[in-house]
Ligand binder design. Structure first.
Ligand code: ATP
Length: 324
């Protein structure tokens, strides 16, 4: 293998730049020509591909976002789109890919390999942490710390005015950000898509809690089956029926995607980036480089896509137990 390319795809995540840097420099170290594909599969189809050098990734390790930009490409989901992408790679002689993204990105890469034999190694780049085959994903730690910082600030005002705050964090299908920011922020409740949320229990507990505490924090993952933080707040408020109680909602939104990556994310991203290139060279492809129990391991795309990473049950117990 002489020429490879790297791209970022799906939702952006802090640490993607550190990963691109590691891929580019590891490739150069091993004597490969390295190309950067802009805007994920969309740029691959359009041939928006540029040669990268060591200096192309100078001064980016500390920056959020992705210098290669990211996109969601509907066209790549069609056979015609993938054929165009293959022709673009062929014209440049690109023989292998490093895909930094989530499970959708890996689904596309797996299909592309099956159809055209282009080997790919993935790096888990998503703030949601919902990828099987790695203990943590690139961007998750930064997103949790951003949410935590906001929760700490909200707690100050919640305590000053005896308020109940419902804080919505990101996580359409997974509650990892909610759980870890909830534990770190001392939330009374954390509502996540993985478990059934019980309004009656929340109402009962809030009534009891009010004897010992005046303010409460409830963290809601955006994908909770009961609805948004706003909807859940209204359900609780209607049942508590106490005009003296002040209920507030804050949706943290896209601030969780931005900002400079934490040390943990930079290190994880660098390790995965190096492992991805070395995986390609060793023929360890059609898989994702992740870190499990401190060790870099390759997991087949099939498992990353098909298996669900559960929330640690200890974590849910912890929230319940510590909120008394
Ligand atoms: P995140 O978890 O941050 O959303 P993701 O990688 O899961 O990241 P998606 O939008 O699901 O994000 O997928 C990224 C891109 O991968 C899609 O825009 C599409 O181009 C490609 N892709 C996803 N699913 C498929 C599929 N079934 N076939 C071909 N390509 C796909």
């Amino acid at each position: 293998m002489k020429k490879i390319a790297v791209f970022t795809s799906g939702g952006d995540a802090p640490g993607m730049n550190a990963c691109i840097r590691a891929v580019v420099r590891t490739a150069i170290y091993h004597g490969l020509e390295i190309y950067g594909i802009n805007r994920g599969y969309e740029g691959m189809i359009e041939g928006d591909i540029k040669r990268m050098q060591s200096h192309s990734v100078s001064n980016i390790v500390q920056r959020g976002g992705t210098i290669l930009k990211s996109a969601r490409s509907m066209e790549f989901k069609t056979p015609e789109g993938r054929e165009k992408a293959y022709n673009q790679l062929q014209s440049l002689g690109i023989e292998g890919l490093v895909a930094i993204g989530g499970d959708g990105t890996f689904t596309g890469a797996k299909l592309f390999f099956e159809e055209y034999g282009i080997p790919t190694v993935g790096c888990p780049g998503t703030i949601d942490n919902d990828i099987y085959g790695t203990d943590y994903t690139i961007g998750f730690d930064t997103a949790v710390n951003t949410a935590l910082d906001a929760i700490d600030k909200i707690r100050d005002t919640a305590a000053a005015h005896d308020r109940v705050f419902f804080i919505e964090v990101m996580g359409r299908d997974a509650g990892f950000i909610a759980v870890e920011s909830g534990i770190g922020g001392g939330a009374e409740f954390v509502l996540v898509p993985e478990t059934k949320s019980d309004i009656d229990l929340i109402v009962k507990s809030l009534k009891n809690l009010r004897k010992s505490k005046s303010s409460s924090i409830i963290v809601v993952a955006e994908g909770d089956e009961l609805g948004s933080a706003q909807t859940i707040m209204q359900l609780v408020k209607d049942r508590i029926q106490d005009p003296s109680k002040d209920f507030k909602v804050t949706t943290l939104g896209h601030i969780q995607r931005g900002g400079k990556p934490t040390a943990r994310d930079r290190v994880l991203a660098s390790r995965c980036g190096m492992a991805a290139v070395e995986g390609l060279l060793a023929g360890n492809t059609n898989c994702m480089a992740g870190v499990i129990n401190g060790e870099v391991l390759y997991t087949p795309f099939q498992d990353c896509i098909g298996k669900t990473k559960p929330i640690v049950s200890d974590h849910l117990k912890l929230i319940h137990l510590l909120s008394i």
